[in-house]
Design a protein around this ligand. Sequence first.
Ligand code: FE2
Length: 233
Amino acid sequence: MSAHPIQLFDSESSTYTYILPAPESREAVIIDPVDTHWARDLAQVERLGLQLVYVLETHAHADHVTSAGKLREMTNAKAAVPSGCEISFADMQLVDGDTICFGGQEEIRVMHTPGHTAGSMSYLWRGNVFTGDALLINGCGRTDFQSGSADDLYESITGKLFTLPEETLVWPAHDYNGFSVSTIAWEKANNARLARRSKSEFIELMARLNLPKPKLMDVAVPANRSLGLPHAA
Ligand SMILES: [Fe+2]
């Protein structure tokens, strides 16, 4: 098994889910799974002969419901979530600097990258960073609800994510334009919201976006705070 992330897509919410397979064992981790795709995701895991040991969330999503609870039920994987996202029923509440170990040698570094939500985490694994809704390809997550902060997001992206090695691959939680992967170097040089912008210019730009509220928000956020489990929602 190669050490590359496997990227899966939900066309309803333009969400990416990732499977991280350990090359030296059959263990794997899944990041940000979507409720409607749990069977597809499990079929993919089984097709590759993998065993899920962790389900990770980057934050409490507002635009889709997670299948973290369902996947845990089906596989005995542990659900690990950002501690600042008010997500109940998880096995692990993650904080900045934590390391998730799986598959013998594999380590995922937990990076607190607030701004889209106060608790948002990014996950670093083998030169790949899974940025959730903090850094997107040629963009970034919105900061106008769920305790979002443009000030914090600017610091998370420029002060943390942009200090990773330039060749680090950037795998976002969403893409609305057909892109699938980027690099830290490309985003530093070209990101439409961040490149060559001061913090005050970025804050002003984010304040002017006037985005509509996500259609599923009132359903998704409470459901995601209980790992998407209907009996607990
Ligand atoms: Fe989000």
